[in-house]
Design a protein around this ligand. Sequence first.
Ligand code: RDL
Ligand code: RDL
Ligand code: RDL
Length: 155
Amino acid sequence: GKLKVGVADTTFARYDMASDAIDEIRQRASVEVERYTVPGIKDLPVASKKLIDEEGVDLVLAFGMPGPEEIDKMCADQASNGLIQAQLMTNTHVLEVFVHEDECSSDKELAGLAERRAREHGRNAVKLLLKPEHLTREAGMGEREGGPDVGPLFR
Ligand code: RDL
Ligand code: RDL
Ligand code: RDL
């Protein structure tokens, strides 16, 4: 049947990345989208696993914004480990789309980074599901999400 993309996100985040990614995906592919919003990033692993096990999605995008404090960094590391565990338990990709609040010094820059990273990972999701050969073409190219690509090494 039709491909189904799961989108998990949080109320803790200060920017609605999921809506941008869904817009990006809908411009490129005809897929069903199932969205599941939870309070914070530590709630994303089970939300992602439920989208996979109970809603039958083919891939999940998990959006979150770790805060600037040490406790938030620990929280992000735990959430990240949980997201990897959910992937290994289900043999399904969960793209972790995190934007750390201290990656930028102004709200405006942070919102721009969040939008660009969300849209780029939306495109990554479409490639993983529908055009895996496009990713292989970009192998070793120093791609980044949200910021400028670093590019390949020359020698
Ligand atoms: O399960 C309820 C909460 O514990 C959970 O939602 C946490 O992810 C919430 N949370 C923290 O407790 C915290 O110390 C979050 C952060 N930091 C954070 O930086 N970003 C979050 N949640 O999305
Ligand atoms: O699931 C989507 C991404 O979260 C995942 O591809 C990450 O591995 C991407 N990534 C980071 O988010 C990061 O903070 C990478 C690095 N750092 C890194 O240093 N090298 C990577 N990926 O290959
Ligand atoms: O080299 C500059 C950045 O790539 C580096 O600071 C990354 O760690 C930034 N980053 C994150 O912190 C993150 O949580 C990235 C991602 N996720 C990501 O998914 N893709 C990135 N950077 O390119």
